[in-house]
Design a protein around this ligand. Structure first.
Ligand code: GUN
Length: 281
């Protein structure tokens, strides 16, 4: 069993980004800029946004965080996005999800200029991803693809089971895998027999937010298991969606939580923002 080390791969990606940022600044006087919009006071969202801002600082980006109370109106959020769309120093706009219930998330995401949609959530980028065209791809699934590449994990013809069909993770993950010529099954909360699907897969990718959902008897011997879940349990520790202790001995490769996919999400956000800055006209 080999652990896929997201922490060191993320560091490697960030070092490359930092180097390219320095070059971009020197050659074209461009400093990549990221705007983060944070609504409400969800502690996990605050923690993620803080990590994103810190990562921006570390690679030499300009970054601003617009923090808003959860009483804010949809129109006020839209006005802030429009301001960021028009700001030439901003290459990437990220609206931290989830948004409060009175806000229509799809409406908000549609306002972001697709050229600044470094989260890859706008329908324009989703459509281009499905079609196999160049676009901004959601950071978490993109980070998983980077891990496969780093560990020389072949995807063509593999049976991959994606557990979870969210717009943020499962659906873009399935599109990327399909584009890489894997045979993809997507399961979700209404799937009749989850185990029947996971246990025949060469690769299981799970991101649903249910601690320990994937158990030992649900994966085959030698499987590759990618755990996107990050759950804080009662004792305060962070665990994934996979029962790591019992599943890992069966795997050829597995990602730990923490230190697996999590750090890659931020690394890919930096990489997407740099890509946007390079495309400035
Ligand atoms: N909430 C959970 N994951 C993400 C993410 O990758 N981007 C944003 N904007 N919100 C999230």
């Amino acid at each position: 069993m080999q652990r896929i080390d997201g922490q060191s791969l993320a560091k490697k990606v960030q070092a490359t980004v930092a180097q390219e940022v320095a070059q971009l600044k020197q050659e074209k006087n461009i400093v990549p800029g990221l705007a983060v919009i944070l609504v409400g006071d969800d502690p996990a969202s605050h923690a993620y946004v803080k990590m994103k801002a810190k990562a921006c600082e570390n690679v030499g980006f300009y970054s601003i965080t617009h923090s808003m109370p959860d009483t804010i109106s949809q129109d006020e959020i839209i006005a802030t996005i429009e301001m960021m769309n028009a700001n030439p120093r901003i290459d990437g706009i990220l609206v931290q999800l989830p948004l409060p219930k009175h806000i229509d998330t799809n409406k908000i995401l549609e306002v972001i200029n697709p050229k600044k949609d470094v989260d890859g959530f706008h329908a324009y980028n989703v459509g281009r991803l499905v079609t196999g065209l160049d676009c901004f791809v959601a950071c978490t699934p993109l980070g998983v693809m980077k891990m496969f590449e780093e560990y020389n994990i072949e995807l063509r013809g593999k049976d991959v089971c994606v557990v979870g069909a969210s717009n943020i993770v499962g659906k873009p993950m399935a599109s990327l895998l399909l584009n890489a010529e894997a045979t993809v099954t997507i399961t979700h909360i209404h799937t009749k027999d989850l185990k029947a699907h996971t246990s025949r897969a060469d690769i299981v990718v799970v991101g649903v937010g249910v601690p320990g959902l994937i158990k030992e008897d649900m994966v085959k011997e030698g499987a590759i298991v990618i755990d996107i879940g990050i759950n804080r349990i009662a004792d305060g520790s962070l665990v994934g969606d996979v029962d790591f202790k019992h599943v890992s001995p069966k795997c050829s490769y597995i990602t730990p939580v923490p230190g697996g996919v999590g750090p890659m999400t931020i690394a890919m956000l930096l990489s997407n923002t740099l890509k946007s800055a390079k495309a400035r006209v």
